[in-house]
Ligand binder design. Sequence first.
Ligand code: FE2
Length: 196
Amino acid sequence: MHCESEETGMEKNAYKILLFNYYRDAELRGADLILRLINLAENQNIQEKLARHLADATNHAWLWTERILALGGEPIRIDNGYHRQLRRKAGLPANFLDLLALTCVVAERAHNRYAEHAARSDVAPETLKVLHEMQADEKTHLTWIMEKIAELEAKEGKEKVDAALRHYREIEAAVFADMQQEEQRALAQVGPDETV
Ligand SMILES: [Fe+2]
């Protein structure tokens, strides 16, 4: 096992390039959810947090794009990624509480996925830097989301808010499990996971 070098070449880095394309896709579609929240959000305080969150999500998509390019790859559109499947199963929430609950679940997953990746023993320093930066951002996102959720609990009732979170957590867990299988199949086709 060795660390990833900045050596470029489509074939050698095909696994990383595809995996980072999945991460990039999840960030871009996550940004789409935030844009929708911006349209539904009522007060200024939350508009500031949402603007920050949107800027971070698009920055994350750009950082993955840069990693893909540095490895000699190309950013591609992912047709059957995580968010597409999520949209199919969960629909598109039309109210603020449901959209926030979905965003919360998605942010938890992003944070955990990046933490899991960063904990691997063979991660290249360039990738690790990006992962750490994103993990810190995801943590900030979860902090404001949890604050807003607590506010909604006080206003609309804990039961209602808990039910929304439970609903989206269940759907997301099933979608993530399916997607991981799908991703593993696609990644297996491009070669072994040696240097991620
Ligand atoms: Fe992100």
